[in-house]
Design a protein around this ligand. Structure first.
Ligand code: AMP
Ligand code: MG
Length: 468
């Protein structure tokens, strides 16, 4: 039995996409498949699944398209970009009635490849693959993945690397940049069609103003989620912003280790435009670029109001997540301050973001063993202890709840690097093991304790190449 395809995007005006053919990678090897395989109803052998994802086998009802979008990159209008190496193989309606699109990244040249080669390398595919699943387990909205293939083509980056394809899955690939493409090329009918389609297919038929409010809300909440987990995306261009408020396009992202508002994970981001602490502001700016595309739909002041709701959506959510991280369930005046003071202190003392919150969620012995006596931190702890006296929950129960929001494990860069090297050497073991562990990041996994500690000095500052 075949999956049930319903390729709704390709019923949109043809300006929005091109029909394309994937370029298969050489000697594809299926390195990993996720549970989405069952959910999507892909009842194929490994061989056929590999063939399908590699463009060598067609399934009845599938499609092969690359979409046209534009974007603002690092604050500047970049014009047309588009799916330069990603090909949509179709939208599947699952048994539960969800629409899930399968898109393969690294499938060769498309009309939007510009100067690129249409390829993806193992390094970048593994990073996208594992982080998508790690983010989902942290309850952060994200695109998901279905499978990872490696190949034997030589791909030229800073060095010669090997080819790979990552199959990712989302309800839709629509980015802010799709709207920008149409608005800025004055394709009014096409823009109207895209707006109608988005509204009806992904926003339960909400009227346009409400849909825009919802888009602002989702992106504001996504920023709060990123900030509360120390996640830095690294390339928040408008073409990398999902209309559904999903984390999308994992490039030089990083989970912050030493707490630092100015943490930059993208080494070509010299000005720090996309530094960790800049992200909520950048999201709002990106939303302003999106809302501009609705100028023919709504009066400017309405759009302005919608945009200005961003802080009202972001702040309470961030405050709430901060309270949960501290295990505060009652509401009291200085709660948010207590949280931001801790962040400031963690920054000043360069404390590991994840390890510090996890230590607060259990006993602080390990923290003290690692960092020694930190007087300023002790002063903050006295305030925290005072505040905790206002809670009614039992301490043990509070800490248990805290351990459900403060992960013990995150995808540290050096861990990703270990996995990449293993996959490049032809093994699937570390990838499977880390996917499994990071799918339950809040649990103890005592045998892996070393990886929960702050990153050892010699493994810090692994430079992530921006080329992918
Ligand atoms: P990214 O920075 O990965 O979000 O990509 C920005 C734009 O460049 C998108 O239009 C991508 O499709 C395109 N792109 C990135 N890498 C390649 C590549 N190797 N070949 C073709 N297009 C690419
Ligand atoms: Mg992109």
């Amino acid at each position: 039995m075949n999956p049930h395809f319903d390729n709704s995007f390709s019923r949109l005006p043809p300006f929005l996409f091109e029909r394309v053919q994937p370029t298969p990678i050489k000697n594809p090897k299926l390195v990993h498949v996720t549970k989405l395989r069952e959910e999507l109803g892909l009842h194929l052998s490994d061989e056929d699944l590999t063939g399908w994802l590699n463009g060598e086998l067609a399934l009845p009802g599938e499609q092969r398209i690359a979409t046209r979008y534009a974007g603002h990159q690092f604050g500047h209008w970049a014009g047309q970009l588009g799916d330069g190496r990603a090909i949509s193989l179709g939208e599947i309606i699952t048994a539960n009635g969800y629409r899930l699109e399968v898109q393969t990244k690294g499938s060769g040249l498309t009309p939007f490849s510009r100067m690129g080669d249409g390829k993806a390398v193992i390094r970048s595919s593994v990073r996208e693959y594992i982080c998508s699943e790690a983010m989902a387990a942290l309850n952060i909205p994200t695109t998901r993945v279905l499978a990872l293939l490696t190949g034997e083509d030589e791909v030229y980056r800073e060095t010669i690397e090997r080819s790979s394809v990552v199959a990712r899955v989302f309800p839709t690939n629509i980015r802010f940049g799709h709207f920008e493409m149409l608005y800025h090329s004055k394709k009014k009918d096409e823009l109207k069609a895209l707006i109608e389609y988005t509204r009806m297919t992904f926003f339960g038929n909400l009227p346009v103003p409400e849909m825009l409010h919802e888009i602002v809300r989702r992106n504001a909440h996504l920023m709060a989620d990123w900030m509360a987990n120390g996640f830095c995306h690294g390339v928040m261009n408008t073409d990398n912003m999902s209309i559904l408020g999903l984390t999308i396009d994992y490039g030089p992202y990083g989970f912050m280790e030493d707490t630092d508002l100015n943490f930059i994970c993208n080494h070509s981001d010299n000005g720090g435009r996309y530094a960790y602490g800049q992200q909520p502001g950048v999201a709002k700016w990106n939303l302003s670029r999106l809302l501009t595309c609705f100028m023919d739909e709504l009066p400017l002041e309405d759009l302005q109001k919608i945009l200005n709701s961003f802080p009202e959506m972001y702040q309470p959510r961030f405050t709430e997540l901060g309270k949960r991280k501290l295990g505060l369930f009652q509401s009291h005046g200085g709660d948010h301050q207590l949280f931001t003071d801790l962040l400031a202190l963690m920054g000043k003392l360069s404390l590991d973001f994840t390890f510090t919150f996890r230590s607060l969620s259990s006993d602080l012995r390990e923290f003290r063993d690692y960092y020694g006596q930190r007087e300023e931190f002790e002063a903050w702890l006295v305030r925290y202890d005072e505040r905790l006296k206002l809670e009614v929950i039992e301490p043990a129960q509070r800490q248990e709840k805290m351990r459900m929001v403060n992960p013990k494990f995150i995808l540290r860069n050096y861990i990703a690097q270990e996995v990449i090297e293993d996959v490049e050497a032809g093994s699937c073991l570390k990838l499977s093991a880390w996917l499994e562990l990071l799918s339950r990041p809040f649990e103890e996994h005592s045998e892996m304790k070393a990886y929960a500690m702050p990153t050892p000095y010699e493994k810090k500052n692994i430079v992530v190449s921006c080329s992918s």
